[in-house]
Structures are given as structure tokens and as C-alpha cells.
Design a protein around this ligand. Structure first.
Ligand code: C2E
Ligand code: MG
Ligand code: MG
Ligand code: MG
Length: 284
């Protein structure tokens, strides 16, 4: 795409392209700055233990407020930050916020683990495991409360370096989750050689539960094989009681989704848990 290569590279001109170019250039400048709490926020989506109905953790999800409107969604911002090289600074900021929050919850008597999404760029930085260890130490958070979520790209491009980073993280006591499983091209066979703890089944399959026999078969097979590999299975994107019931029937033990809670500010997570004693779905 010409508009991303710099001013000299814009050759073909299409309506809207110049505006898009200006916006992207502006975004590049803003992404290069240290993330500040005015523009950047971390929301937390509860992770539910389907066997008890209680919230056992949260996933940290980054939000960026564009003062000119929601021109770029978070996935686009992250993709551009990866392209511009600013993902490392943004990623460290999110990690610090999330670990500090988990430490604060623990202090308040709410032992919630926090899952942080990391980009391939972060994971392949040679000092990633050391950085994580330092952040945990800075906030005095025991490593068992941190989960690192990696994407299927890592699985496909697994190198000795990423494997040794994952091993180093796990030897600290940090858990590793494979995110959005099923959307990429990796199969369960690719997972065997990776040090993993959690497998998150992508919501596109979960949303087909009860509607599509094909999706149900995929979820059943992934769950069975994932469990044989010793992984905890999490269903992403549960929106209905029926999906919850079917996920539980297939042996899935953890879930996230709008049915339980959307991504919300940390203070709302605290309120929700304190108000209910736990976050649980109504029994049926
Ligand atoms: P993800 O890690 O797979 O996060 C789950 C996404 O599904 C979130 O979208 C969440 O809001 C959404 N979701 C959760 N439950 C439901 C549901 O029941 N229905 C539907 N329709 N959606 C649901 P979000 O927050 O827009 O994040 C999108 C993606 O952006 C994330 O997908 C992750 O890949 C990436 N991302 C977010 N924060 C970070 C971050 O701090 N670092 C990195 N590297 N990536 C991040
Ligand atoms: Mg995730
Ligand atoms: Mg996901
Ligand atoms: Mg996703």
C-alpha cells in the first residue's frame, strides 16, 4: 500500500486516500510517544470458571481514544504499532498497568489472575522474559497471577528463541495461553512442541455452538485433544446460555464472553465481584 511507504511513494491517488494517509502519519507520530493515561486505557474482561461460576481472572484489553473520533479500531492501532515499531513501548505499558492492577486486587483480597496479550514483536525481543520478571518484582505480584497470551503466528513461526522465552516465562511460574485458536493455520500437532498451559478457542467456533454441527465438532475435537495435551481450555465469546451449556457439556472449564461480562474498567470489575461475591451465571 503506497500510502504507508512515506510521502514519496504515493503514486496512485484514490478518493479518501490522502485523508487516510494524513491520519496514518499522524497516528504514527502519536504512537511513537510514551503511552499516556489520557489516550490509552486498559479494560478488563472477567474470565469465568465454568465449574464454579466464579471469576478467576481477567484479560487485559487495550483501548485507545482517538480525539478525532474512532477512526482506528484497537486491532488496527496494534497492527500499525507493530509496523511502526512502537508496539514494544505500548506492550510494556500494558504489561505494567495489568500487573500493577492484579497486585492491587491481590492486596484487596481479590486473587484474580490477569492475562496480557503480547505481540510477536514483544515475544521475540531477546529480553522479554527478563522484562516480565522485573515487572512482576516491581509490583510484588507472584508469577502465578500472570498469563501471557500469544497468537497462532508464534506457533507457526516457532523458533528456538521463542520456545526458550516461553520456557523461561513458565519457569518463573507465568502461564502461557494460545489465543484465538482455530482461526489460523496451525493445528493441534503444532502445539505439541510448545510450552503452553491454556488454549483459548476462538469465538467464531463458540458462536456456532448449537447452530452449526461443524463448529460443534471442531470445538469437541479441539477440547478433547487440548485436554490430552494437558491444557486448560477456555471458550472465547460466549454470548448465550445455550453456548455456555454446550461448552460445559463438552468439558470446557473456563469462559469469557458478553454473557458474563464485557471488557470494563478495573473499578467495575472490583464492584461486580464484591457485589456478587463472585461473578456467576444464573444456574439452570
Ligand atoms: P483477543 O485477545 O482475542 O480478545 C478478545 C476480543 O473479543 C476482545 O476484543 C473482546 O472485547 C472481544 N469479546 C469478548 N467477549 C466477546 C463476546 O461475547 N462477543 C464478541 N463479539 N466479542 C467478544 P477487543 O478488545 O476489541 O480486542 C481485539 C484484539 O486486539 C484482541 O483479541 C487482541 O488480539 C488485540 N489486543 C487487545 N489488547 C491488546 C494488547 O494490549 N496487546 C496486543 N498485542 N494485542 C491486544
Ligand atoms: Mg487475547
Ligand atoms: Mg482471543
Ligand atoms: Mg482476537
Amino acid at each position: 500500500q503506497a500510502q504507508r511507504k512515506g510521502t514519496g511513494a504515493v503514486v496512485a491517488f484514490e478518493p479518501g486516500m490522502l485523508q487516510q494517509f494524513a491520519r496514518t502519519r499522524d497516528l504514527r507520530r502519536r504512537l511513537a510517544r510514551t503511552p499516556d493515561a489520557d489516550r490509552w486505557t486498559v479494560l478488563y474482561q472477567p474470565v469465568i470458571d465454568l465449574t464454579s461460576g466464579a471469576a478467576t481472572g481477567v484479560e487485559a484489553l487495550l483501548r485507545w481514544t482517538d480525539p478525532e473520533g474512532d477512526f482506528f479500531g484497537i486491532e488496527e492501532v496494534i497492527r500499525l504499532a507493530e509496523e511502526f515499531g512502537s508496539i514494544l513501548a505500548i506492550g510494556s505499558w500494558v504489561m505494567d498497568q495489568a500487573v500493577a492492577q492484579a497486585a492491587a486486587w491481590l492486596e484487596e483480597g481479590l486473587p484474580l489472575s490477569v492475562a496480557v496479550n503480547v505481540s510477536v514483536r514483544q515475544l521475540t525481543a531477546p529480553d522479554f522474559a527478563d522484562t516480565v520478571e522485573r515487572v512482576l518484582a516491581d509490583h510484588a505480584l507472584p508469577a502465578e497471577y500472570l498469563v501471557i497470551e500469544i497468537t497462532e503466528t508464534v506457533v507457526l513461526e516457532q523458533t528456538e528463541q521463542t520456545i526458550s522465552t516461553l520456557k523461561a516465562l513458565r519457569s518463573l511460574g507465568v502461564r502461557v495461553a494460545i489465543d484465538d485458536f482455530g482461526t489460523g493455520y496451525s493445528g493441534l500437532a503444532n502445539l505439541r512442541s510448545l510450552p503452553l498451559d491454556i488454549l483459548k478457542i476462538d469465538r467464531s467456533f463458540i458462536q456456532g455452538l448449537g447452530e452449526s454441527g461443524g463448529d460443534e465438532a471442531v470445538v469437541a475435537a479441539v477440547t478433547r485433544l487440548g485436554r490430552e495435551l494437558g491444557l486448560t481450555i477456555t471458550a472465547e465469546g460466549i454470548e448465550t446460555r445455550d453456548q455456555e451449556r454446550r461448552a460445559r457439556a463438552l468439558g470446557i472449564t473456563a469462559a469469557q464472553g458478553y454473557l458474563f461480562a464485557r471488557p470494563i474498567p478495573a473499578a467495575e470489575v472490583t464492584e461486580l465481584i464484591k457485589a456478587r461475591g463472585e461473578i456467576s451465571s444464573v444456574r439452570h
